[in-house]
Design a protein around this ligand. Structure first.
Ligand code: COI
Length: 355
């Protein structure tokens, strides 16, 4: 833990820790005792503080509520066998938040502030890091406009906050997804590459429609002709076709996933033939039909790897190969899990140790 920044710490008098079951948490419902806050005023980040996790007030005219000038990150911490806390690639999240901020016309949160906020908060709530297999402490940094002003303009004031909470798996089973040909998650020139609230809001209605048709989620296609694969649900997507690991290249409509990048790095080092290139929907359907597609999965921080069991396309459902037979995605999941838990060597410098 570092403490070169001046962070005021107010500890809770009433820890909730003894009253909750951190080893069996539902994803996203349970929050640790403390939260981090900083205010952007007069051109600088100030009033850095950790307080008990609590509600706070904002003006009904708060610009974020009206125009969604809001960005976030998601990352995880695990406990190693010595009880030390390991955070996975927080520097990459800090950099991506800065990129999102630029696109959304917000001031950057300096990397040092981002990292120290996490270091201090996670160290204080160390007891909230679960250690049952499949669990983690999810860390949610976020930044939002704080002006009370309903003209459409970028705010002059902002908040940067971090909350954390123990989580279990995002999906409890391999997923059934539908290739979406009507709705669009993000389009060329838009904000798809930024981790901004509106992208997730826009995905809710199409996802609800897919749920009504019996699918867990969607495979997003390009906004122009729905001809190319983009992402899956809230994740990046990868396929194994003819033994090659194939994923769409990042672009202005695709989020540059950190788990995506980690998986590509590992796979390349293992000598897997990796292709980052546009993938046509037709290529995927053909590869399923001629059985050259052997694996398909969503990949992101929340789920790490979410195996796709069934793909729906134009009213037909295609069953993919059994999960146990999926060599590359299972090896990626296993290796990423071991690195995050400190059970495999951190050869890429991805782990930041706390406490
Ligand atoms: C991720 O898995 O990376 C996500 O962003 C999911 C999150 C929105 C819950």
């Amino acid at each position: 833990m570092t403490d070169t920044l001046d962070i005021q710490i107010q500890k809770t008098q009433k820890s909730k820790l003894s009253k909750v079951d951190i080893d069996n948490p539902e994803f996203g419902k349970l929050f640790s005792d403390h939260m981090f806050l900083a205010d952007y005023r007069d051109g600088e980040w100030q009033n850095l503080r950790i307080t008990p996790y609590q509600h706070f007030t904002i003006s009904p005219a708060n610009a974020t509520l009206h125009y969604a000038q809001s960005i976030f990150e998601g990352l995880k911490a695990h406990k190693n066998k010595d009880g030390e806390i390991l955070v996975f690639r927080p520097d990459a999240n800090a950099k991506r938040l800065i990129k999102s901020a630029e696109r959304m016309c917000m001031p950057p949160v300096p990397q040092e502030l981002f990292l120290e906020a996490i270091d201090n908060l996670v160290a204080l709530d160390k007891g909230w890091v679960p250690d049952k297999p499949g669990t983690a402490l999810y860390i949610r940094p976020f930044q939002f406009a704080d002006d009370s002003f309903i003209r459409v303009k970028s705010s002059e004031t902002y908040k940067f906050m971090v909350i954390t909470g123990p989580v279990g798996g995002y999906y409890s089973e391999p997923v059934k997804v539908k290739i979406e040909k009507q709705f669009t998650r993000a389009s060329k020139g838009g904000v798809g590459y930024a981790k901004t609230a509106g992208n997730y809001a826009a995905s809710l209605y199409p996802a609800k429609k897919a749920n009504e048709q019996g699918y867990h989620q969607l495979i997003w296609t390009d906004g122009q002709n729905h001809e190319f694969i983009e992402e899956s649900g809230t994740m990046n997507i990868m396929f194994v076709i003819d033994g090659k690991l194939i994923t769409p290249p990042t672009s202005d409509s695709i989020l540059p996933g950190i788990t995506r990048d980690s998986a590509l790095t590992l796979a390349r080092d293992w000598g897997v033939n990796v292709e980052e290139r546009p993938i046509k929907v037709k290529e995927v359907v053909k590869a399923i039909q001629n059985k050259t597609l052997t694996e398909a999965f969503g990949i992101g921080t929340a789920a790490t790897i979410s195996h796709i069991q069934t793909i729906g396309y134009e009213g037909e459902d295609f069953e993919l190969s059994p999960i146990v037979d999926r060599e590359i995605s299972n090896k990626l999941l296993d290796t990423l899990t071991k690195i995050k838990l400190g059970k495999a060597e951190d050869t890429y410098g991805w782990i930041r140790k706390i406490g």
